[in-house]
Ligand binder design. Structure first.
Ligand code: 5GP
Ligand code: ZN
Length: 140
């Protein structure tokens, strides 16, 4: 499994940086975003390090998309949002800030006024932990 010792998401996969983990299998890892744009904002990544979609192997990407669907279904069950966006950024022009490919799972509300170029605002850790537990419980 390729890993970059300086990559924050590789460190999360390795348990060197803590996270609110939702799910893990041999190829993928899902956890809560600590700067949530909306309650329930989660991230899904392949364990194999690749900077962006362009460098990601097909098998890693397929596994990541399947895990993103599992997380999305659990978020829908747990939080009953009005809708949900999967967002995936590649490169600084798309506002990619962490150079390990990832899919955002973003629950939406009709009145949330969320824009796709959101700013990073630290979340409340207790609230994130509580929401993570609700999603974990709802996951197959
Ligand atoms: P990007 O801007 O690259 O599309 O998304 C990267 C995401 O990673 C951001 O939404 C940011 O909040 C999240 N993020 C950055 N550092 C950490 C971290 O240490 N832990 C977690 N859980 N999320 C992080
Ligand atoms: Zn990485």
């Amino acid at each position: 499994m390729t890993r970059d010792p300086d990559c924050i998401f590789c460190k999360i996969v390795a348990g060197e940086i803590p996270s609110f983990k939702l799910y893990e299998d041999a190829d993928t890892f899902a956890f809560m975003d600590i700067n949530p744009v909306n309650d329930g904002h989660a991230l899904v990544i392949p364990k194999e390090h690749a900077e962006s979609l362009y460098a990601t192997s097909g098998s890693a990407l397929a596994a990541t998309v399947l895990t993103a669907k599992r997380v999305a279904v659990a978020v829908d069950r747990a939080l009953a949002p009005s809708g949900l966006n999967l967002v995936q950024a590649n490169g600084p022009g798309a506002a990619q800030s962490v150079m390990h490919v990832h899919v955002h799972v973003v629950p939406r509300r009709f009145d949330d006024a969320t824009l796709l170029n959101w700013r990073l605002e630290p979340g409340d850790m207790d609230a994130i932990a509580a929401t993570a537990e609700r999603i974990r419980v709802a996951m197959d």
